[in-house]
Ligand binder design. Structure first.
Ligand code: DQA
Length: 144
């Protein structure tokens, strides 16, 4: 199984950015550990602060990979273009958020992406990414 984690704006600052909300671990350190936990899964990672680059990454992987784990950061709450890209590709996308967006500001309560995603995993810290991977593995077991 081949999965890609696509991270949007400001997520390159994980570990340094608002640690009380997002924790103090860098994504690279988290990812190293995550990859070790799933030796049977090929896990790629792409991060960009640029909306169009996130869309390009969805187009590039959305016809090839088995699944996409997408944390679009603040674009979640604003981007019709990313929502359209998710809708345009056949590969299932799981939306992920580190923080519980529903316990934060009102503008974070809307996701333009969620209706086009397979599901959403929200508020479990960095572990949200691990749970998203698990969701793809559970599906595999059901279909086998
Ligand atoms: C986030 C939540 C968004 O509201 C915020 O803009 C982010 C991170 C999260 O993972 O909790 O950048 O997607």
């Amino acid at each position: 199984m081949k999965l890609i984690i696509i991270n949007g704006p400001n997520l390159n600052l994980l570990g340094k950015r608002e640690p009380s909300v997002y924790g103090s671990l860098s994504f690279d350190d988290y990812l190293r550990n995550l990859i070790k936990q799933f030796p049977e899964v090929e896990i790629e990672h792409f991060q960009s602060n640029i909306e169009g680059e996130i869309i390009d990454a969805l187009h590039k992987t959305g016809f090839l990979f088995d699944g996409i784990i997408l944390n679009a950061g603040a674009y979640t709450h604003t981007s019709v273009a990313i929502a359209d890209a998710v809708k345009a590709i056949p590969v299932p996308v799981v939306e992920v958020h580190i923080s519980n967006v529903f316990s934060r500001e009102d503008f974070r309560h809307t996701s333009y992406l969620a209706p086009n995603c397979k599901g959403s995993i929200i508020g479990f810290g960095l572990d949200s990414y691990r749970l998203a991977i698990e969701s793809f593995l559970i599906d595999t077991n059901y279909t086998n």
